[in-house]
Ligand binder design. Structure first.
Ligand SMILES: *Cc1c(COP(=O)(O)O)cnc(C)c1O
Length: 374
């Protein structure tokens, strides 16, 4: 009996990529964002599925994630969406990763590592158009000095938009366009441009930009864009479900207490199922008394408390309920957004807390059956 398992729906990921292609047409390269364990879906398993269905490049947040992808034998372009620490420059060059540049010191580190390796290193220049973390200020003159570092190949120039709503996003794109024009003059060639993540793609901005690369994360996994003022594209499908099983059934009389500190007291004879999944696995504690699971197609409310390694649900009245029954925590009518709303956070926060150590199983598309991976 599997204690707790994450299932990836291959057909859903494929269809989400088709939805992205409906927004972009066939031209731009899709750089799939797989940071934070592919938004909790499982870095390697999810990346392989995304590549199978048309993602041409990957982006991660850290050098470690990029190295895991290379260790898994993935040879496509991988961009690290953050500055590389000085002691990581050698690794970036040796593994043929693409670094992001926000400052000259990092550029020099990479240049020197590339000289030592007798190689050149592809980089992406990041411009800060308002997020205020990574990226050069748009008006910087420093970037002109990159032209002298002949071991760096500027493969791309990008920004990460923070705008909310169409008009704000367009303003930021204009700032980026000015910065890009100056970089082109300084370098004497036209690197690929990329800015559009899920919100801007859903806002239809690819029609306006038609740049060489798009950089979605959320949409790949069937998640609505972060910005609620931008409607989610039709047809998104959740990529992930989460299941456990009934470990134990308990019949409790009226007036029995359940959970730490008597979190819940039964008002009538109640049938309780214990499920071996808790907050150490990423189940939000706030679901106690508010959330539900699905058993035999019925809602079973989560009562008592969500413990470190288990939770309790009320299964009174579910016909034929029995030990070993599958418990759906996320899936069917339970969307991860329901958890996020109950826990007072965003869907990506919930997903990235699902314990990385849990097994990830692919539910293959009908024509890909037999290619199961763990
Ligand atoms: C996370 C991230 C993305 C993807 O954002 P979504 O809103 O999930 O599509 C794209 N670019 C950068 C730099 C990011 O950090």
């Amino acid at each position: 009996m599997e204690r707790l398992r994450v299932h990836l729906n291959e057909a859903a990921l494929r269809d989400n990529l088709r939805t992205i292609r409906r927004l972009t047409g066939p031209e731009p390269a899709v750089m799939g964002v797989v940071k934070a364990n592919a938004y909790g879906h499982g870095l390697i398993t999810a990346s392989k599925l995304l590549i199978r269905h048309g993602v041409q490049q990957l982006a991660v947040a850290t050098l470690d994630e990029a190295c895991h992808l290379r260790d898994a034998g993935l040879l496509l372009p991988i961009t690290i969406l953050a500055p590389t620490p000085a002691d990581g420059a050698r690794e970036v060059v040796a593994r043929r990763l693409r670094a992001s540049l926000s400052d000259l010191a990092t550029a020099w580190d990479l240049h020197r590592a590339a000289v030592r390796h007798g190689q050149r290193v592809p980089v992406h220049i990041e411009i800060d158009t308002g997020l205020g973390r990574y990226g050069w200020p748009p008006a910087t003159a420093e970037i002109e000095r990159l032209a002298a570092l002949d071991r760096l190949v500027v493969a791309g120039v990008y920004t990460h938009l923070n705008g909310s709503g169409h008009a704000e996003l367009v303003d930021q794109l204009r700032v980026f366009e000015h910065a890009y024009a100056r970089i082109v003059t300084a370098l004497g060639h036209r690197p690929a441009r990329h800015a559009l993540a899920s919100t801007a793609l859903a806002a239809g901005l690819h029609d306006r930009t038609r740049w060489e690369i798009v950089r979605p994360g959320a949409l790949l996994y069937g998640l609505a864009p972060r910005d609620k003022s931008v409607p989610a594209p039709a047809g998104l499908r959740p990529g992930l479900s989460l299941t456990s099983y009934i470990q134990l059934l308990r019949s409790l009389p009226a007036g029995a207490s359940i959970g730490y500190g008597g979190a819940y007291r039964t008002s009538a004879p109640t049938l309780i199922a214990v499920v071996p999944a808790g907050f150490a696995d990423g189940i939000p504690r706030q679901l106690a008394g508010t959330g539900r699971v699905l058993i035999r197609g019925h809602d079973a409310p989560i009562i008592g408390s969500v413990g470190m390694s288990h939770l309790t649900v009320d299964v009174t009245g579910i016909p034929q309920v029995t030990v070993g029954d599958t418990v759906t925590l996320i899936g069917g009518s339970i969307d991860v957004q329901e958890w996020a709303d109950l826990a007072g956070t965003v869907n990506t926060d919930v997903l990235t807390r699902i314990a990385p150590a849990l097994p990830r199983t692919v539910i293959p598309t009908p024509h890909a059956r037999g290619e199961r991976s763990a």
